[in-house]
Design a protein around this ligand. Sequence first.
Ligand code: ATP
Length: 574
Amino acid sequence: MLYQELAELYNRLESTTKRLEKTEILSKFLKKLSDEDKDVMYLLVGKIYPEYSEKEIGISNQTAIKAISKSTGVTDSKVLEMWKKIGDLGEVAKKLIQEKKQRTLTSHVLTVKKVIENLRKLPELEGKGTVDKKISLITELLTSAEPLEALYLVRTLIGDLRIGTQESTIRESLAKAFFENDEDAPEKIQEAIDKSNDTAEVFDYCRKRDIKELEKISMQIGKPIKAMLAQKVSTIKEGFEALGKPCALEYKYDVFRLIIHKKNSEIKLFTRSLENVTKQFPEVVEYIKQFVKGNSVILDSEAVGYDKKTKRYTSFQHISQRIRRKYHIEKLQDELPVEINVFDVLYYNGKSIIDKPFEERAKLVRQIITNHPYKIISSKQIITSDEKKAKEFYKAALKNNQEGIIMKNLKAPYKPGRRVGYMLKIKSEDKDLDLVITGAEYGKGKRSGWFSSFIVSCKGKNKGEYLEVGKVGTGIVEKEESKKDNKKVSFQELTDKIKPIIEKEDGKRVWIKPKIIVAVTYQEIQRSPNYNSGWALRFPRVTALRTDKPLLEIADLNEIEKDFKNKKRNWKFG
Ligand code: ATP
């Protein structure tokens, strides 16, 4: 397939914001897509590999600017200047390629295969001369590109495709293309996507035009799957009303989800954002080998950090250091030990068991795990219809320094990637909102050189829209040493993260890609004309970097409005 065809498709998708129109356009395209070109499924969302892959294109704006300059013969500074004016590096490339075409007569043909081939080489490059090699690979593509192709090529490179195609559009379009009159198709396709995290594989099955075929897509040991998520209720009574009696109640362990794959002695650990963290937790690998029975098993669990001396559970910031750490792992392992609390089993001895009722899976968890406190244990659980007993259990969880409880329907299946109404969380108080940083300002005096205040945003009502809800500069530490003591985020760390994702600058103010997620506590929410959400957080304070949280799951406008209505306050910082 020619890349031109794909560029035209992107263009048509971008030209409408209406979901139905997008589905119409994309489904027509998918009907014609051949098996050979199925990697296009990844390119449709700006990727080169399935969602579960950790390999990303990862090209900075600076590198893209250099490649545009090299392939069009215009200086770096001119490209930069145009970018500041136009605000979209893709448009800059388009314009410059157009001008170049008028000067020269060379024409090449760019295929999707060639684009994928070069893009896939980018994450493989390492060591000396990497940047130059990357620039050559990109330049090779750009010199063969037509203006429209250059636009989307550059946007793909810098991870900002802007065509408004998400997983849901792909799901609906696949359903329309291959199962036009089947009402259940979107649901079945979504299930297949959630299990495989690979839209090209799902496309392959859809092409058979037999909905039963989709059921053959199963989770595979070693390939990450999305975690099932809980809905929220405020009281135990509400929980029982929603789930029926009896139901299971479990401690809600704080803080970090770990999905564990065991195939004989081969162990892999994944976070809920599908990141492979096996190397960071060598002791957990040993616990699984020693204390989990079964040849092939997938377990769902929460890792909890504890203090070696007092044996008290510690906070997310503690353990998050371990997720991020790539070196000196043993030292950190000793300083910040973790306990694995297993609450579900999804796969056992060669078979997926997600469709079995929870009570059976929960029993199996307790059969295959030999409890070793402070290493690995099955989650603390009771099964009851008695509200009084349930309340006592909740109190015990809080006393035990846990965040609350989770109530679960005994008959329910496990739905990867879904936020389901049969798993309900009850927390003692709502402390934070998870928000994304969308802007920052350089600091003054001793904070010069760093970004010192950060604009935080929630999700808007439209897809891909982020609305500002406040500016925060507290909760972040200046010295790396105090970070070590308090397990806080530092200005340096945030500055380093922000610099490569700057989109626009104006004096001291920068606008950045929505990538860095932080947990923010606040005293209250008030109406405000200063931010485009119409709301502002009073006395916000950063409590943690949420590297484990996907962008899709940050707080949305409804949550902010609801919080305002409830006049919920966070007394801890109030
Ligand atoms: P969410 O996970 O719902 O998006 P969040 O990351 O802020 O939001 P919480 O709202 O605190 O997390 O609670 C849900 C999380 O609790 C689950 O995603 C899971 O990681 C964790 N959890 C802890 N204990 C259990 C348990 N016993 N059963 C299921 N999940 C548990």
